[in-house]
Design a protein around this ligand. Sequence first.
Ligand SMILES: [Mg+2]
Length: 238
Amino acid sequence: MADGLRAVVFDLFGTLISTDPNDVLATRRSLADDLGVDADGFARVRTEMREEAETGRTGGPEETLAFFARRAGGAPGPAALRRAAERWLDANRRWLTPERSTLDALDGLRAAGCRLGLLTNCSAAVAPAWADSPLAPRFDATAFSSEVGFLKPHPETYRVVCERLGLAPEQCLYVGDGGDNELTGAAAAGLHPVLLDSAAGARMAKLLVDHEAATWTGARIQELGQVAPLLTTETPTA
Ligand SMILES: [Mg+2]
């Protein structure tokens, strides 16, 4: 591999998987129903409390749903919380089913000797669903914001995933669709950022904040199959 690159750190949502925004929004409405709270209130609380929920401060899936419900004026019982948590995990398992072409691209990178890392901002429902995903066995290291305790673009998130890969940031490409200013954060942390400018990312963009795809002037690719050639040519610069 050229220029000492030894690994690729990937974002999850809009990068390795493409979730249908309508499915995401419908799931949120069903969760509100399960919890006995108003759907608009649930959506508002979820947005307002995103940092608390995605840095693990609200606990696991059931505790987080109970927290959201209380903030939205509800008081769901144990059975309702279990039902909602199961729906939330099922939805994440559905969303963490990648395209065959994604698995092929990851397998190609692994066959070339590249280590793979995952760095995602996410709720407490994602890590349990990840364990059941065909993505999981292909990765050497993962860092979920819900267990790291920080959200991208905080430098600690990038430091943790590089440490778990056993590599310096300079040895890692970072590939993402640009949500949460993750590319700027990756560059600041010393990784080599690449924008995945895909239809999946564009579909997700309306659910995201601080999406930098439109303003990114650094390296960019249109599909995951274009990652491998970046490792055998010159290092992309931000
Ligand atoms: Mg993303």
